[in-house]
Design a protein around this ligand. Structure first.
Ligand code: UT7
Length: 366
């Protein structure tokens, strides 16, 4: 690990300085969905708010999307108007965290290979598996590492290729889930400066693990293969139950965090929830409550991209001028596990964030 970390606790606040997102070039509209699903544009828009999502081409993996998002976020961080503390480190970052529930392989973790592909040297690198809450969990862990003096600057990448988990006959999960990656860079900074991460609320309830899961592909299936079928390699989701749990836990988690950081609902400038389903987002915003003009949503254009959804929504909002330095931003998420988590931060003074909808798309080499 490069250079020791010094500084007072106040100087070890985690500060956001880089952000980017990427979706694969293949756009799938509701009219493009498989005919066997017997669904239609009106149903999908009404029940999910999704118009189009992006699915990878054959051979493109989570690692490819992660690499592209990471490169872009590092470029934004390098162009940050405020030069960071700890600039003397020998690497652009000294830790890499990947949040995903669709890793390229069961083993090893994805973060070391990503660090290698980025040429970052022998940095600390680890994965976080908290499904759609993965980004908030990874952000909390990285902020903790900075606060504890373990790292000066951390790259966090959240990436999913959920299209590979959709069963050919599952129109429920099929219309919702999609592919994408988002990345941020956190650096050591000072309390209260734009970009400061102010607090977290994290939680879980493993009793609900069967509400949304991929039952096969793990050690259980390998040790008792007769109990599993190839269908177990796909999403199994009790959509309505997940819907209700998502609304309950995102609302409670966001409200708890507001209390902990001393914000009232009127203090929230931007509210960014995991883009699960537009009806879920609206129900959570109504309950907290947050006025609709403070909400950030891009689910209509990208679908539900799991861990990637919050950084993708942030990148989209930044690109469209909806986020400004100093704004108070509340993030909240919910996912398989069950897991949930919220984060509160002050928006940073960021260099321009590139479009998540690039025409060239992610690389396909490995
Ligand atoms: O990322 C975190 C984890 N995931 C989520 O947050 C997803 C949460 N759940 C959802 O978004 C929704 O439950 C779905 C979009 C997956 C499903 O919507 P729903 O309104 O909960 O529908 P449902 O499963 O309760 O089904 C209602 C009806 C059924 O017909 P009947 O039995 O009432 O005649 C389904 O067969 O809608 C039918 N249906 C569809 N019809 C057309 C279900 N999926 C479709 C479809 N197209 N794609």
């Amino acid at each position: 690990m490069p250079s020791p970390t010094h500084g007072t606790a106040a100087e070890r606040t985690a500060v956001l300085e880089g952000l980017a997102g990427v979706v694969p070039p293949r756009a799938v509209s509701n009219d493009d969905l498989p005919a066997a699903w017997d669904t239609d544009d009106a149903w999908v828009r009404r029940r999910t708010g999704i118009r189009v999502r992006h699915w990878v081409a054959p051979g493109v993996s989570t690692g490819d999307l992660a690499l592209e998002a990471a490169r872009r976020a590092l470029a934004v961080a390098a162009a940050a108007p405020v030069r960071p503390l700890g600039a003397a480190t020998t690497a652009p970052v000294d830790a890499v965290v990947v949040a995903t529930s669709t890793p390229d392989r069961p083993m090893p973790a994805m973060a070391p290979q990503l660090a290698h592909r980025l040429g970052l040297g022998p940095v600390a690198a680890w994965d976080v598996a908290a499904a759609c809450s993965g980004f908030v969990y990874a952000l909390a862990g990285a902020a903790g590492a900075i606060g504890a003096g373990i790292a000066n600057r951390v790259l966090i990448v959240a990436a999913e290729v959920y299209s590979t988990l959709i069963a050919p006959d599952d129109r429920g999960a099929g219309v919702v889930f999609a592919d994408g990656a988002g990345a941020v860079v956190l650096r050591r900074g000072e309390q209260g400066e734009p970009g400061s991460v102010l607090g977290f609320d994290l939680g879980s309830d493993g009793a609900g693990h069967e509400l949304i899961e991929v039952p096969g592909g793990g050690a259980l299936a390998r040790s008792a293969p007769d109990r599993y079928t190839p269908a177990d390699l796909h999403f199994k989701m009790r959509g309505r139950d997940v819907f209700q749990e998502a609304v309950t836990h995102m609302t409670l988690s966001a409200q708890l965090l507001l209390k902990n950081v001393g914000w009232s609902v009127h203090d929230i400038d931007r509210f960014v929830a995991h883009q699960a389903n537009a009806r879920i987002l609206n129900a959570v915003a109504e309950r907290i409550p947050v006025p609709s003009d403070r909400q950030v949503a891009n689910i209509d254009r990208v679908g539900n991209t799991g861990a990637a959804s919050i950084p993708l929504a942030l990148a989209d909002a930044a690109e469209h001028g909806r986020l400004h330095a100093g704004q108070r931003v509340l993030l909240t998420s919910f996912g398989a596990g069950l897991t949930w988590g919220s984060a509160a931060l002050l928006w940073p003074d960021l260099a321009p964030v590139p479009s998540v909808h690039s025409t060239d798309g992610p690389p396909r080499s490995r």
